[in-house]
Write a protein that binds this ligand. Sequence first.
Ligand SMILES: Nc1nc2c(ncn2[C@@H]2O[C@H](COP(=O)(O)OP(=O)(O)OP(=O)(O)O)[C@@H](O)[C@H]2O)c(=O)[nH]1
Ligand SMILES: [Mg+2]
Length: 293
Amino acid sequence: MLLRIAEQGGAEADQLERELRHGAPPPAHRIGITGVPGAGKSTLVSQLVTAFRQRGARVAVVAVDPSSPFTGGALLGDRVRMQQHAEDPGVFIRSMATRGKLGGLAQASNAVADTLAALGFDPVIIETVGVGQDELDIAAAAHTTLVVLVPTLGDEVQGLKAGLMEIGDAMVVNKADLPSSAAFVRDLRATLALRRVGGQEPPPLLATTATTGEGIGELCAWLFDRDRGREGWMAAGEARRRRWALESELAGAIRRRVEALLAGQPELCAQVERGEVGSYEATERLVGRTGPD
Ligand SMILES: Nc1nc2c(ncn2[C@@H]2O[C@H](COP(=O)(O)OP(=O)(O)OP(=O)(O)O)[C@@H](O)[C@H]2O)c(=O)[nH]1
Ligand SMILES: [Mg+2]
C-alpha cells in the first residue's frame, strides 16, 4: 500500500515521504546496478544480497524494467534468480515495469527507494537495464553505480557506449568464465586509463562470475569499504540525488502541462498538422514569445 502510493507519486507521495522521513534514520546507501541486457545483473544482485545479509543488513532490491509495460519475461527470470531470498524477512524485492510512464524509471523507482530507505532497508539496490536515458537516471538516483559489462570479442571495448563508461563508480566485467574475458578486461582497463580526466583515477575494474561467486568477494570488499566511508560522500550524494529528483519531478509535471495545453487547442493543432500554422508561431500563440532573445 505504501509502495503503491509512492509509485503513483504526487501530493500523497510527498506527504508520505515527509511522514516517513520524520525522525527517520540516516538515508540508505542506494546502489545502482546497470548494464547491457542479460549481463548477469540479477545474478550479481542476488550474490550482493547474500553478502550484505551476512553482515546483518536489511536489503531491498528494486528491479526496474524500462522496456516492458508488463511485469513479464526478464522480471520473471529475476524472481527465479532471487528465489533464495524469498523467505527472508530481511530482504525486500520488488519488480517494476515502467514503459510508457512519463519519467518512469526516474520518478517511480526514486519514490519506492525513498519509502524502502525510510522503512530501514539499507542498502537499497536498484537494478536496471542500461538503455538510453535510464542509465543516466540511475546514476543520478544512486550513491554508487556499478556498471556491469560482459566480455565480448576483442576490439569491441572501443565501441562501448561512452555513457555507460562514465557513470560507473566501479566497472564489473561479469561472465569472467567466458574465454574472451581476460582480453576484454585488459582492453577495458587500457580504455579506462585513457579516458581518465583531470588526473582522476579510473574507476576500479572487477571481474566476476556471478553464477559461481568467483570475484564476488573482491566486489563486496570494495562495496563494503565504500559503505563504511559513507560519511565522506553521503551528504553530497544526497544533495545531488534530491536535486535530480526535483528535476525529474518537474520535467514530468511540465510535460503533463504541455499535453494538457495541446489537448485544449485541437483547432490550432490541426492547423499545424495541415501546415497552415508553423510550430514556432503556434508556440508563440500558446505561451508567448520563447527562445533566445
Ligand atoms: N557464464 C555465465 N553466465 C552467467 C553469469 N552470470 C549470469 N549468467 C547467466 O546469464 C543469464 C542472464 O542473467 P541475469 O542475472 O538474468 O542477467 P540480467 O543482466 O539481470 O538480465 P536482464 O535483467 O534481463 O537484463 C542467466 O542465464 C544467468 O545464469 C556468469 O558469470 N557466467
Ligand atoms: Mg535482471
